[in-house]
Design a protein around this ligand. Structure first.
Ligand code: MG
Length: 154
């Protein structure tokens, strides 16, 4: 068994989509980034890579590589799972928390879980917390996600 941890933050900005775990969430602000800026998926990917002892997503999918401009992060998660399997591991479970002042994410919880479970093939939990108006997340400057995962040797 191997444990892994991942974390990601992206800036909130007008004129972009808000996509979490591949699910488009209606909101007047979206996430800025080279890819679709799906920070929940990025945190999960880094947790998987961390548990497998592999370099992080910035090394695997550099954000200055035009190949990844605007790419759906769920495609990158698919490639990350392939890397994990090549390294001899299989995901056992994933637990993630999103830190966001707004929008309310609970109505989208099931869709996000189903989306991640569909690729990972293991139990996934997605939780959300509001930072009580404190810090950059509280000021709607950004959203952050943190994830842990467990891998087992195949
Ligand atoms: Mg990211």
């Amino acid at each position: 068994m191997r444990i892994g941890y991942g974390e990601d933050t992206h800036r909130l900005t007008p004129g972009r989509k808000l996509i979490l775990a591949g699910v488009e969430i209606p909101f007047h602000l979206g996430l800025l980034g080279h890819s679709d800026a799906d920070l929940l998926t990025h945190a999960v990917m880094d947790a998987l890579l961390g548990a497998a002892g592999l370099p992080d997503i910035g090394c695997q999918f550099p954000d200055n590589d035009p190949a990844y401009a605007g790419i759906a992060s769920m495609l990158l998660l698919e490639r990350t799972i392939a890397l994990i399997k090549e390294a001899g591991f299989r995901p056992v479970n994933v637990d993630a928390t999103i830190v966001a002042q707004a929008p309310k994410l609970i109505p989208h919880r099931e869709a996000m879980i189903n989306s991640l479970q569909g690729l990972l093939g293991c139990p996934v939990n997605v939780k959300a917390t509001t930072p009580e108006g404190l810090g950059p997340e509280g000021n709607l400057e950004c959203i952050t996600a943190r994830a842990v995962c467990l891998l087992e040797c195949v």
